[in-house]
Design a protein around this ligand. Structure first.
Ligand SMILES: NC(=O)c1ccc[n+]([C@@H]2O[C@H](COP(=O)([O-])OP(=O)(O)OC[C@H]3O[C@@H](n4cnc5c(N)ncnc54)[C@H](O)[C@@H]3O)[C@@H](O)[C@H]2O)c1
Length: 263
């Protein structure tokens, strides 16, 4: 029998996941698509609206926002449905992470999203000394309304002749404050390592970049690992890599029992 899923969030990732899952109807049935209008627009109270939205779902596929994970994640897990999270930045909050990852009865799965190599980082977590992440993106993919004015005008005015500009060097917490929508990869690394404090983040705005590149270096007491992941942006949202939706579909199919399984 196909696994019943609900899509929470129907933007760039949600639409791409929906399109791909249509090719796997024998394994996965999309029961409902839930966006803001469904959860916030009705006359019902929030808990009833969420209960109706996820009724019968074995898995809720979150591709909405960190705020949606905060608002609905605990209720989804508490209802016994499983949750696959794209907006990993939400789990930088240790209380929310504790609730989602440990409370149950539903299970919380974390999407590998825009990168790979998290299995290796998880496996070596006890020996990790430091992880560095350098993300290089087109300036427009970094712009958002909450940026301080000086950074907003710097990003909006960057032209190819100006060359790349470092716009952040710091901790995951520093990155969340300035670039909350670009923190998923840093959060994924911290969650895999079991300690956000091990991750140092650098963000470079590169006006010549056509791809988003994540250069990841992992220093452990037993080895050194480097990954470079260079993704084309999703045409529907330049801040999101096209790989993210594919990673989510791959994860959903794996949860539906489709192999091969690398563990
Ligand atoms: N894990 C990763 O590597 C990775 C990579 C890229 C994006 N993401 C995250 O995935 C999420 C979705 O990305 P996207 O590019 O599809 O974004 P998007 O802006 O294109 O779409 C988001 C959709 O979710 C809906 N939404 C937002 N908040 C909601 C809420 N509280 N309740 C209900 N619906 C809500 C919006 O209305 C919109 O339709 C973002 O949080 C993004 O940061 C994760």
């Amino acid at each position: 029998m196909a696994m019943g899923v609900v899509l929470l969030g129907y933007g760039a990732i949600g639409r791409a996941v929906h399109r791909s899952l249509a090719e796997h109807q024998e394994d996965v049935e999309v029961l409902r698509i839930v966006d803001r209008a469904v959860l916030e627009g009705g006359a019902q109270n929030a808990a009833t609206a969420l209960g109706d939205a996820i009724a019968g779902a074995q898995l809720v596929i979150e591709c909405a926002s960190p705020a949606a994970v905060r608002s609905y994640g605990p209720g989804i897990i508490g209802s016994g449905s499983h949750l696959l999270v794209a907006s990993l930045g939400a789990l930088v909050d240790p209380q929310l992470a504790q609730c989602l990852l440990h409370d149950g009865p539903g299970r919380c799965y974390l999407s590998t999203g825009a990168i790979g190599g998290l299995d290796l980082i998880r496996a070596t977590a006890a020996t990790i000394e430091q992880i560095t992440l350098c993300t290089r993106k087109a300036p427009l993919a970094l712009l958002h309304p909450g940026l301080p004015e000086h950074l907003r005008s710097l990003l909006a005015g960057l032209r190819p002749e100006h060359g790349p500009e470092q716009v952040l060097s710091g901790s995951v917490a520093d990155a969340i404050k300035l670039f909350p929508s670009n923190i998923n990869v840093a959060a994924a690394l911290g969650l895999a390592a079991g300690n956000m404090a091990l991750v140092r983040v650098q963000i470079i705005a590169d006006p010549t970049a056509r791809r988003t590149t994540h250069s990841i270096n992992v220093q452990t007491s037993s080895g050194k690992y480097s990954f470079e992941i260079s993704n084309l942006p999703d045409p529907a949202n330049p801040a999101t890599s096209a790989l993210t939706a594919r990673s989510m579909v791959s994860g959903v199919l794996r949860l539906a029992g489709r192999g091969p399984h690398f563990i």
